[in-house]
Design a protein around this ligand. Structure first.
Ligand code: MG
Length: 437
């Protein structure tokens, strides 16, 4: 009786634990498994630049549901249509407990696989099923993945400025907020390598906008980081994102010239199409290399990890099929001494952030997690969203992912299409040709 009293006391503060524990008991007694009753799409843009497509997987146990994110900012309407017309009818009636089996089934469902669109849809269901499993067990998802391998998740912050002095100020302000890992960009991606509009040697009546120059970039960026070291010392761990702006020869030049600044890592120094060059880079530079933000296919990350050609893998958890696949990649990394640095990006969402968080908490191959802050409207809409304190990410500690979604608030911000995306992915050289991001 004493145990039952304690249980009921706990129940009064956490009703979903009662439901989940009761269902778990039924399951143990061999009663009918829980199934996917319905899947609701919640498409919302609570701020310009956010094009979020969430799903709510509703089970046949009243009140028990899981949340997942199919966030793909640049094809959000295609994701929504694929969910409505193809995937949700396929998912209905499936057993919620069979996460691995459903992952593999989804993987083959559309025949052609490993594309970003299929991956985010796969991730949405996967994350929602982990959420449900955690709620049924009355535990945060990381407990189901093996339990805490760390107490919180360290993040790297994003410092920026128009010149060296502003960058130093920005790094200092993040250090003052407790961050130890700080990425620095001077004037955005490719910044430090831009020739101002109209200047330099231009084709007649041709392109006159700002132009990227590789050699200028390779000269400027090492100077920036040596200046930061000179001003702020060696305690802070420095990162930089090349954002695939360099050809292989200049990538090697940059990596070597950054060696004296002792970087934590340099990210996306090559385009994903040029990963074979990592062999050359790795044998010639001591600068740690991070890669994989644009990866969606195992053939992209597997050789780099298994041949120890990178130091950090940078995939986005939502873009590789969710918690299930991220955990497998983390295990592969552990075998080869590579560490994780899951990608975030400003347009990512709190559900994907928590998917990364729960994996981060439970793995030994963890390296660092990218920072992402959300405005108040998002925290109001999504109670339980992860919180940041002095450079560390903390989940709510509630069962499952630990997050909820207020659909009424989401409805007040219907999904919009952001057409500005081409502005920052389109960079041109002096002759007007596209610099491949
Ligand atoms: Mg990046």
């Amino acid at each position: 009786m004493h145990t039952r009293r304690q249980f009921l006391k706990a129940a009064s503060v956490a009703p979903w634990i009662v439901t989940t524990a009761r269902v778990f008991g039924q399951e143990a007694r061999g009663e009918k498994p829980l199934r996917i009753e319905d899947v609701k799409i919640i498409a919302t843009s609570p701020r310009p630049g956010y094009s979020w497509v969430f799903i709510k997987v509703i089970t046949n146990e009243p009140g028990l549901f899981g949340l997942g994110s199919a966030n793909y900012r640049y094809l959000s309407w295609a994701v929504k249509a694929a969910l409505e017309k193809h995937m949700i009818p396929f998912w209905k009636g499936k057993e919620v407990d069979r996460i691995e089996d459903l992952w593999q089934w989804n993987h083959q469902r559309s025949y052609w696989r490993n594309g970003p669109l299929t991956n985010v849809i796969q991730a949405a269901l996967d994350t929602a099923l982990w959420d449900i499993k955690g709620k049924r067990a009355g535990m945060p998802v990381y407990e189901l993945l093996g339990g805490k391998a760390r107490d919180a998740v360290p993040l790297y912050a994003h410092a920026s400025g128009r010149n060296k002095e502003q960058c130093v100020e920005s790094v200092q302000s993040w250090m003052d907020q407790g961050y130890r890992h700080i990425r620095v960009q001077m004037g955005g991606y490719g910044g430090g390598g831009f020739i101002p509009p109209g200047q330099g040697s231009r084709p007649k009546a041709g392109y006159s906008g700002r132009a990227f120059d590789e050699e200028l970039y390779v000269r400027t960026i090492p100077e920036l980081f040596l200046h930061i070291r000179d001003q702020l010392g060696w305690e802070v761990k420095l990162l930089h994102d090349v954002h695939e702006h360099l050809t292989p020869a200049n990538a090697l030049q940059l990596a070597k010239r950054l060696e004296p600044a002792k970087m934590f890592f340099v990210e996306d120094i090559l385009a994903p199409e040029q990963i074979d060059y990592f062999k050359r880079l790795k044998t010639q530079t001591a600068t740690p290399l991070a890669m994989g933000e644009l990866f969606t296919h195992p053939h992209e990350w597997r050789p780099l990890i298994a041949q120890r050609l990178i130091d950090f893998i940078r995939c986005r958890v939502g873009m590789i099929g969710g918690i299930t696949h991220a955990r497998k990649i983390a295990s592969l990394c552990e075998q080869f001494g590579v560490r994780t640095a899951w990608q975030e990006g400003g347009e990512n969402d709190p559900i994907n952030q928590l998917a990364a968080y729960h994996v981060d908490m439970a793995i030994s191959s963890f390296g660092i997690q990218e920072d992402n802050h959300y405005p108040d409207v998002v925290h109001e809409m999504m109670p339980g969203a992860a919180r940041i304190d002095e450079g560390y990410l903390y989940g709510s500690g509630k069962p499952g992912l630990g997050i909820d979604l207020d659909e009424k608030i989401a409805l007040r911000h219907p999904l919009t299409t952001d057409h500005r995306v081409s502005d920052w992915t389109t960079v041109r050289g002096m002759d007007g040709s596209l610099v491949k991001p």
